[in-house]
Design a protein around this ligand. Structure first.
Ligand SMILES: [Zn+2]
Length: 326
């Protein structure tokens, strides 16, 4: 590979690096709403389009706010062997062990989730609709990032193992390609999280154990697929950009079995658990006093949940992530 080619690929990688692709990020608020108790569900349902739309805002913010990027990941390997299990979970303890600069450089995702869930709790307490929706979308985004294996690794785009582009392949291309086959009707009831700070670490550990497989399966899929089929090149602004092809993505997806779907559903479950926990910790404010649900809203919710239970959201044009694509 020429140096220019490598450069072009790395530029593409920069563009591609978000977090769950926009599409996947936008699925979790919708599913999470279905898992909520009756006292919360109509409020979230009434504002679902906004939550879906805003669930990617933290990624958009990266373009304008230099402080934003490290909030979306944590490069565990940098902090030593089994760091995901050994690092201090609280920010105060972590900053005693590592310089704050190092933490900001290699990612602050677990602490960002903690910060946002406290803000959401406070918003519920104040019963301020705009703040509730704002922080519910923020929690949704960062909890989503915590379910993406490559958001927990220093080798976040395969740049150390000649697997550049794997980040967007796993989190954007695969869900886009496979969505019609996903089972999105998994049942879950929002659960109370006793220790939200500790809980995000548990989630990150479960995510981090997937990292090795994410790379290994790419290598195995590559054994039977030549580079000419594996990649396609596109010229943009006079530069070559290299992407994985759908043919390769399908082969890779088969090897991963239901990993991406599982992480997507696990994201939605965790989001509902966090939303619910914040609401409980705020003293279970009456959300119908903030926004009274109309009869037609209740009817729409019922109809949508019926389609969801049959896993027909996509087929019936009710998957909001699909509608909200830009
Ligand atoms: Zn993100």
């Amino acid at each position: 590979m020429t140096r220019l080619y490598r450069y072009a690929i790395s530029v593409f990688a920069l563009f591609a690096l978000g977090s769950w692709g926009f599409f996947a990020h936008r699925i979790s608020p919708q599913l999470a709403t279905y898992y909520l108790p009756k006292k919360m569900q109509p409020f979230f349902f009434a504002n679902l389009d906004k939550l879906v739309y805003d669930s990617v805002r933290p990624d958009v913010r990266r373009n304008t706010d230099p402080k934003e990027a490290p909030r979306h990941f944590i490069d565990f390997e940098v902090f030593g062997d089994s760091a995901a299990w050994k690092m201090p979970e609280k920010w105060e303890d972590a900053t005693r062990k590592y310089p704050a600069d190092t933490l900001y450089k290699y990612g602050t995702l677990p602490w960002r989730v903690q910060e946002m869930q406290l803000k959401l709790t406070e918003a519920f307490r104040q019963q301020q609709k705009d703040s509730i929706l704002y922080y519910a979308a923020e929690v949704c985004h960062y909890v989503g990032d915590a379910h993406v294996p490559l958001h927990t690794s220093y080798n976040y785009d395969g740049q150390l193992t000649n697997q550049r582009g794997i980040h967007a392949l796993w989190e954007s291309m695969l869900p886009e390609l496979d969505i019609a086959e996903y089972r999105l009707n998994h049942k879950h009831k929002a659960r109370y999280i006793t220790d939200p700070q500790h809980h995000i670490w548990e989630i990150l550990r479960n995510t981090h154990v997937l990292v090795q497989g994410v790379f290994a399966e790419e290598r195995k899929a590559s054994e039977s697929i030549p580079d000419s089929v594996k990649y396609r090149t596109q010229i943009r602004n006079g530069k070559n950009y290299q992407y994985y092809t759908p043919v390769f993505a399908r082969s890779y997806s088969k090897r991963l079995a239901d990993e991406v779907q599982h992480q997507l559903v696990a994201t939605a479950e965790a989001v509902s658990d966090y939303w619910y926990t914040c609401w409980v910790n705020a003293g279970k404010p009456d959300l119908s006093a903030i926004q009274a649900p109309s009869e037609s809203l209740r009817a729409d919710l019922k109809k949508e949940k019926k389609a969801w239970r049959k896993n027909e959201l996509l087929a019936k044009g009710l998957l909001r992530a699909r509608k909200g694509e830009r």
